[in-house]
Design a binder for this molecule. Structure first.
Ligand SMILES: Cc1cc2nc3c(=O)[nH]c(=O)nc-3n(C[C@H](O)[C@H](O)[C@H](O)COP(=O)(O)O)c2cc1C
Length: 178
C-alpha cells in the first residue's frame, strides 16, 4: 500500500497528468501510487446520509478501493484543473464520496499537497485551493502541507512553460523530505 497517493483529477490526459507524472517519477520511495479519477467508476453522492450513521457508503463502485488507498496513504497529492474557479465534476464526486470518513479519524493527520492548473490567472486558481480543497482537507482533519498553482490552458502548455520544471523540482524535494 502506498505511502504516497497521487490523485489526478483531470478528465483528460493533459497538464495535470504531466505534473503529477513528473512528481511521481521523482519520488524516491517505491511506496507510491497514482490514481487517475477519469479511469474510475465513481457515482455521484446520492445524499442519503446513511454514511453519517454507518461510516460506509451504500453504493459499491471504485470508490471502495480508493477509500482503502486513502486510509493507507501517509501523503496525498491531489492535482486538479481549475473549472470555473472550482474543481471539475469528477473531483467533486470524489470529494463528496469521502463523506463516510466525515465522522471517523481514518484520514486524521494525513498530509495533503494540492496542485491546481488553470488557464487564467494564478490568483484565480488559488481560489480553488482556498475553497473546495481547503475545506475537504479540514473536514477530514488532514493537514495541507503545501500547494502550487500552474497557468496552462491547452494541452502541452504546462511542459513548455520555463517555470514549470523548477516548481516541480521544489515540490518533489519537499515531498521526498517528508
Ligand atoms: C469547463 C472548463 C472550465 C474552465 N474554467 C476555468 C477557470 O475558471 N479558470 C481557469 O483558470 N481555467 C479554467 N479552465 C481551463 C483549464 O483549467 C485548463 O485548460 C487546464 O489546463 C486543464 O488542465 P488539464 O490539461 O489537466 O485538463 C476551464 C476549462 C474547462 C474545460
Amino acid at each position: 500500500m502506498p505511502k504516497y497517493l497521487l490523485i489526478s483529477g483531470s478528465p483528460r490526459k493533459g497538464n495535470t497528468d504531466y505534473i503529477l507524472n513528473k512528481i511521481f517519477k521523482s519520488l524516491g520511495s517505491n511506496e507510491k501510487e497514482i490514481v487517475y479519477l477519469r479511469d474510475k467508476n465513481i457515482s455521484h453522492c446520492r445524499g442519503c446520509l446513511v454514511c453519517d450513521k454507518t461510516n460506509k457508503c451504500v453504493m459499491r463502485d471504485d470508490m471502495d478501493e480508493i477509500m482503502e488507498k486513502l486510509k493507507e496513504a501517509e501523503i496525498i497529492v491531489l492535482g486538479t484543473p481549475n473549472y470555473f474557479d472550482n474543481v471539475p465534476g469528477i473531483v467533486k464526486d470524489f470529494i463528496d464520496r469521502t463523506n463516510p470518513f466525515y465522522k471517523t479519524d481514518f484520514l486524521k493527520g494525513k498530509k495533503v499537497y494540492a496542485i491546481v492548473i488553470g488557464g487564467g490567472k494564478l490568483e484565480n486558481s488559488e481560489r480553488v485551493i482556498d475553497g473546495a480543497i481547503k475545506y475537504f482537507v479540514d473536514a477530514k482533519h488532514m493537514k495541507l502541507i503545501g500547494s502550487a498553482c500552474f497557468q496552462a490552458l491547452v494541452l502541452g502548455e504546462v511542459e513548455n512553460n520555463p517555470k514549470t520544471a523548477e516548481i516541480i523540482e521544489n515540490i518533489s524535494k519537499k515531498l521526498n523530505d517528508l
